[in-house]
Design a protein around this ligand. Structure first.
Ligand code: UDP
Ligand code: MG
Length: 310
């Protein structure tokens, strides 16, 4: 019998972990498949770990990895994929925003068709307002820049076969952007759709700041186009400067020198100075990413796992 690993990154999710376990377990009761729950406690400050321990005691299908501090959801997903033992794995949020009713369908698609992965897309973004709109724009922009095929409304709700899990694990980069990684490894994705579900309990762990950071990380992790933009602007301004020099020289030769033009001069200095700093900033952004990659630090540090005391 095949085995399915359910990977759940949890950061301060004490209110929802138990419900998640029950709802998902019930949904898959009738399926002819062995289950493994793999919860990743991402340095939670609340009782999440305690609840996970209790669940593990009650049901040996439940495993957990507890991080030494908060490493972020991407690190949690990586740890889950690395440690899971299933023939298939599905990544899900703990807050039940990823509709468990789709699980049986996903399993059947992987079992009965050629697809190596099934992912879910959110079709309406009601109840999200500005955030939804910004996210849509971001995905458009991101795909243009990187040539990847990430879908607007794509959630990190995805089931995949062992083949794809192994492919993802080959990408051991430190700056992880899952949506980009899933698209980069290839394997045609079967898309399912679900309505937007409000978080059942607790609060979203994303602040606006962290979302902006995440977006920038997505771009720099999968695209070098901004660097090309820097060179392009450089060339453009060289050409403009060259033309201006010729114009100024000719003008001075024909009409003599005048002292006027101070405001223009100041404007040019500011503009070009600003542009130089902007381009330096882009280079710095990539350099900092390289710095972190070169250090080759581990993606996460586990302080405790369910296998520790066995
Ligand atoms: N999460 C995590 N580490 C973090 C932030 C979030 O493991 O630093 C988990 C969180 O517990 C949840 C999932 O990632 O299971 C999605 O988080 P959330 O629901 O806050 O995000 P949203 O649904 O608003 O995108
Ligand atoms: Mg959520």
């Amino acid at each position: 019998m095949k085995k399915l690993s359910i990977i759940v990154p949890c950061f301060n999710e004490e209110e929802v972990v138990n419900t998640f376990y029950e709802v998902v377990g019930k949904e898959l009761e009738k399926e002819n498949i062995t289950l493994e729950f793999l919860f990743i406690d991402d340095g939670s400050k609340d009782k999440t770990l305690k609840i996970l321990k209790e669940l593990h005691k009650k049901d040996e299908k439940v495993r957990y990895i507890s991080f030494a501090r908060n490493f972020g959801k991407e690190a949690g997903v990586y740890a889950g994929l690395k440690e899971c033992t299933g023939d298939y794995a599905v990544v899900m949020d703990a807050d039940l925003q990823h509709d468990p009713k789709l699980l049986p369908k996903m399993i059947h698609i992987l079992k009965d068709s050629e697809y190596e992965t099934v992912a879910v897309r959110r079709v309406n973004r009601k109840g999200e307002g500005l955030r939804g709109f910004l996210s849509k724009m971001f995905f458009k922009f991101m795909n243009k820049l990187s040539g990847l095929d990430t879908k607007s409304g794509e959630m990190d709700y995805r089931m995949m076969s062992r083949k794809m899990i192994d492919a993802i694990l080959l990408m051991s980069e430190y700056n992880r952007f899952s949506k980009g990684i899933f698209s980069w490894v290839g394997f045609e994705t079967k898309w399912l759709e679900q309505e937007n579900i409000e978080r059942s309990l607790g609060t979203s762990k994303w602040s606006f700041k962290s979302l902006v950071k995440y977006s920038l990380q997505g771009i720099t992790a999968f695209s070098t186009t901004p660097l090309v933009l820097a060179s392009f602007l450089g060339i453009l301004f060289c050409i403009i400067a060259f033309i201006m020099i010729i114009v100024v020289v000719i003008k001075t030769l024909c009409f003599g020198e005048d002292v006027a033009g101070f405001p223009t001069l100041i404007c040019c200095i500011f503009l070009i100075g600003g542009l130089q700093l902007f381009c330096l900033g882009i280079i710095g952004e990539y350099l900092s990413k390289m710095y972190l990659e070169v250090k080759n630090r581990p993606i996460y540090i586990a302080k405790e796992t369910s296998e520790d005391n066995e």
